[in-house]
Design a protein around this ligand. Structure first.
Ligand SMILES: [Zn+2]
Length: 309
């Protein structure tokens, strides 16, 4: 039986343990079984170091609940960063240390970006040469090998990325094929893939590939999932306001399951027979009150998929 979970929104919590407590209570009430915690939203890492007393506070709060946990490392962590690579590594190590403390097994990491999102506004769209990209892929793989050895008890799950109109391709992970190649390059049992359904759907529309064929290519490497919905329309990196994007079916909407057009049932049909990881609904804060509907919709899809096998 697949465990369905929900993610705590880092910006919604914004360092408030009271809000974390409220949201966990709400998840508990509707029958959520697993929770993905954003280590950043909890203020558990400061300046590249795990904040130990804060971590103890979080642990004490979590002791009132009976969820399974996964961890989302801070979104800007980029193992391809060229300005301050040691800081990025330190933030990821602190995330892994936090995961150990709260007995989470999976730590989600956004795959390396050749051009980081934070620099889109100042960096004209450009593509790196094949040899530059190869060097960065090799460097990221080496870092991941090192971390996999340091944290053999944890699973690092590399997430596939969404495209952006004016900056793609900015990471190899917009396509599942190169993401698969990178995981194979790392070649460690505890470095695998987090399949984000929403990012996959947007990439499939933008690059015109079949999302189901892509999932078949990587399904043996998927250990974690982010399940949410959208209409597939890609936007520029400066288009952040959901209110303006939704009427046009654009944006990384992170809507409740069933609200958009992603073929979630078909993806689950491919994935679930051999999948025993968590199904984390990663919804935007604006949909918090729809979490129960999303849970009901996803539970029905999972039951239908399991009924077919
Ligand atoms: Zn995600």
């Amino acid at each position: 039986m697949n465990i369905i979970g929900a993610s705590i929104d880092p910006v919604r919590i914004d360092g408030s343990l009271d809000r974390l407590n409220q949201d966990l209570q709400a998840f508990d009430t509707i029958g959520i079984q697993a929770v993905e915690l954003p280590v950043h939203g909890l203020d558990a890492i400061l300046n590249g170091t795990l904040h130990t007393s804060r971590t103890r506070q979080v642990m004490s709060l979590l002791s009132d609940f009976d969820f399974c946990y996964s961890i989302h490392s801070p979104n800007p962590v980029n193992l391809m960063d060229r300005k301050d690579p040691n800081l990025h590594k330190a933030v990821l190590e602190a995330s892994l240390d936090f995961a150990r403390q709260i007995h989470a097994h999976v730590v989600v990491l956004h795959s390396g970006r050749f051009i980081p999102e934070e620099e889109f506004a100042i960096t004209p769209a450009r593509s790196l040469t094949a040899s530059e990209q190869h060097r960065m892929l090799e460097a990221e793989a080496q870092l991941l090998k090192d971390l996999a050895g340091q944290y053999p008890d944890l699973m690092i799950a590399l997430e596939n990325a969404r495209p952006y109109l004016s900056q793609s391709p900015y990471t190899y992970a917009e396509h599942l094929g190169p993401l698969r190649e990178q995981v194979l390059r790392v070649n460690r049992d505890n470095v695998k893939i987090n399949l984000d359904f929403g990012h996959l759907f947007m990439a499939s529309k933008f690059y015109a590939f079949d999302p189901l064929t892509a999932v078949r290519q990587i399904k043996d490497l998927v250990v974690h999932t982010h399940v949410h919905d959208n209409f597939g329309g890609t936007v520029h990196h400066w288009e952040k306001q959901q209110t303006h994007q939704l009427p046009f079916g654009k944006g990384d909407s992170h809507m409740p399951v069933g609200f958009g057009q992603i073929p979630i049932q078909a993806i689950l049909d491919i994935l679930l027979p051999d999948y025993d990881g968590l199904l984390i609904m990663e919804l935007r804060s604006r949909y918090f009150s729809d979490t129960k509907t999303s849970l009901e919709n996803l539970s029905a899809l999972v039951a239908a998929s399991n009924g077919r096998t």
